[in-house]
Design a protein around this ligand. Structure first.
Ligand SMILES: *Cc1c(COP(=O)(O)O)cnc(C)c1O
Length: 397
């Protein structure tokens, strides 16, 4: 059976170019960039070139890019760096918002235990916040504001330029988790005006286990992995040269394709939203327009998300109910709760995240399949019976 992969927010398939870019550093050029011999120096040169390419793509300077093991590590390092810099000046307040990824939320919880005060801003019905909310929350002892660029579950885009401007005016550091955005929408660190930005290769058709943190010149990231002097002494460990070179190739390819891919993805996204909205008692999560080009997230009343996913999988459709990190637990998505969906509705969610490999034919097949499966599950559901008989009220009209 032909599998249809529509879970690109969880991870993406590596592109041919990204795979090819790895191979020389696995086979012939396996030297350690810290070694002084020729083999080592070839690796060091490749590392420098990859850093320069990634910096150029983000509008950054080559000295502002630190390689990490992925988005989670970049987020941890960014938050810990800002917290430690703040603490040195007696600033122990951090501002974020409720729909962040757990790499942010759990790091904030840890910092809270260490004596930091955390403000998590409420989001609106589409999952966004305003720069004005950030301005009102900033205090004299605020060390950092961190808000994602785009949400990994519902695709909502945040007004990061405006937030960065507020932060700059108030002299507060600003970090953005851009893991879902890099390679998908145009981004430039100077245009944004952020102090730090996280990215991860496997979200834009690069390999898993490699990412980067942009840190503005003049700021010194804290070292969270101690050891050798790699990454200018800020992140120890022999560099993942193959992964880093592959990430550079993947970013070049993804960023170049944005103008061509965006209209195609947006058209497929909007067709999915229109088709699935024909299902009675369904609702779109997030905004119709202010969202990532490839993201669709809907709730269907009277449905259990996990059953929906399993039946779609049986039809060859790889989808998700939200974040890959919360699946496996029975807790409903913190993002859907934050935008005001009640628990029982939040359990019936479906996230479809497209790549340019998906086709309009696949989109039509997905719409037909979801309609069939939702109807099948509702017919078996006692709760749905009660809703139909008027013994219960619909939450989604
Ligand atoms: C995937 C993701 C991460 C984590 O990245 P990893 O490379 O998997 O550690 C962090 N933030 C967001 C928004 C993500 O989508």
């Amino acid at each position: 059976m032909n599998r249809i992969y529509v879970d690109n927010a969880a991870t993406t398939k590596m592109s041919r170019k990204a795979v090819k870019a790895m191979l020389p550093y696995l086979e012939e050029r396996y030297g350690n960039p810290s070694s002084l011999h020729t083999a080592g120096q070839l690796a060091a040169e490749a590392l420098f070139n990859a850093r320069r390419e990634i910096a150029e793509r983000l509008g950054a300077d080559v000295k502002e890019i630190y390689f990490t093991s992925g988005g989670s590590e970049s987020d941890n390092q960014a938050l810990i760096s800002a917290a430690e810099a703040g603490a040195r000046k007696g600033k122990k307040h951090i501002i974020s918002q409720k729909t962040e990824h757990h790499a942010i939320l759990n790091t904030l919880k840890k910092l809270e235990k260490q004596g930091f005060e955390i403000t998590l801003l409420d989001v609106d019905g589409e999952g966004s916040i305003t720069a004005e909310q950030v301005r009102s929350a900033i205090r004299g002892d605020t060390a950092l504001v961190t808000t994602m660029t785009a949400n990994n579950e519902i695709g909502t885009l945040y007004p990061i330029k405006e937030i960065a401007e507020v932060c700059r005016a108030k002299g507060v550091l600003f970090h953005t988790d851009a893991v879902q955005a890099v390679g998908h929408i145009p981004l430039d660190v100077h245009e944004i005006g952020c102090d730090m930005l996280s990215l991860s290769a496997h979200k834009f058709h690069g390999p898993k286990g490699v990412g980067a943190l942009y840190v503005r010149n003049g700021l010194m990231p804290s070292c969270i992995i101690e050891g050798g002097a790699q990454e200018r002494g800020r992140r120890a460990g022999t560099e993942n040269i193959a992964g880093i070179c592959s990430m550079a190739a993947a970013l070049n390819e993804a960023a170049t394709a944005i103008p061509e891919d965006t209209p195609k993805l947006t058209a497929m996204r909007d067709r999915l939203i229109a088709g699935l909205s024909e299902i009675p008692h369904s609702v779109l999560n997030g905004s119709t327009t202010n969202r990532l080009p490839g993201n669709v997230n809907m709730c269907f009343e009277g449905i259990e998300g996990e059953s929906l996913l399993l039946l779609l999988d049986a039809k060859g459709i790889c989808a998700s109910s939200g974040s890959a990190c919360t699946s496996g637990s029975l807790d409903p998505s913190h993002v859907l709760l934050a935008i005001g969906r009640p628990h029982e509705v939040a359990h019936g969610s479906l996230r479809l995240t497209l790549s340019s490999e998906n086709t309009p034919d696949e989109v039509e097949f997905i719409i037909r399949s979801v309609k069939e499966v939702v109807e099948y599950l509702r017919n078996m559901s006692p709760i749905w019976q009660e809703l139909q008989e008027g013994k219960r009220n619909y939450v989604i009209q």
